[in-house]
Design a protein around this ligand. Sequence first.
Ligand SMILES: Nc1ncnc2c1ncn2[C@@H]1O[C@H](COP(=O)(O)OP(=O)(O)OP(=O)(O)O)[C@@H](O)[C@H]1O
Length: 258
Amino acid sequence: MKLTLNDLCFAYDRDRIIKNISCSFVSGSFYSILGPNGSGKTTLLDLISGFLKPDTGYIDIDQAPVLSLSKKDISKKIALVSQDHTINFPFSVKDVVMMGRHPYIPRFSHPSYNDVEQVEAMMQVCGIHHLHDRKINELSGGERQRCVFARALCQDTPILLLDEAFSNMDINHTLHMLQLVKQSVKEKNKIVISVFHDLNLASTWSDSLLMLKNGKISAFGNSQDVLTQETIKEVFDVASIVEFNAHVQAKQVYYPSI
Ligand SMILES: Nc1ncnc2c1ncn2[C@@H]1O[C@H](COP(=O)(O)OP(=O)(O)OP(=O)(O)O)[C@@H](O)[C@H]1O
């Protein structure tokens, strides 16, 4: 599968936020998007998921424009763990995770045995099974984030978009979820595109990095090629030292304390 962004432009009002973005993402790869606050990372994921419509340009999956697909068909192809995962209605955890199966449940039907089994299994894998009858709006930030994650994984889509999806998780849960995601990239040949603020986590886990600055691509390619002192200075205006770290088999970034 190939997901292609073709000359995308987007503005919420007058100011352009996304400026002529063109690039492709292929199956079996983990991509990370990095960039300063306000550079357009969330907007770009919202465009890819079909939540926002580009002003010009288009997105296609294997050459079929995403916006020509029905909402249901898009949700069988693309799942998004968004930055804002506030759910105000007191759904149970089990019900929230089951929402991931909705694209596969015919109208006016009940979830199948297979749907129920998948939800049960995903709650186990994501470490939230013990919370299954709890109300989602009464959970901690990290617990809620794992529920939303489990819902997206239950959607079982070839494309998974993660918008700072680990921001509320402790390091144990972050590493566990990253392992799950990486496994699904390799075993299920998924395309994962994740927004990170932590350059070192992104470098350790991603095959490729996309650096965004002011709504434009500053650099895009193999993680170890893109992550340099020069790109970090250019994109974030921060001095750093970038070195290959044998423990994680990837480049890591160190910042001077003054
Ligand atoms: N709904 C909206 N209406 C108007 N402007 C918006 C809206 N959402 C975002 N913006 C603006 O668009 C720009 C890009 O926002 P976006 O959320 O895509 O940035 P980001 O790179 O994800 O930032 P962060 O790292 O802070 O999460 C920002 O200047 C923001 O103020």
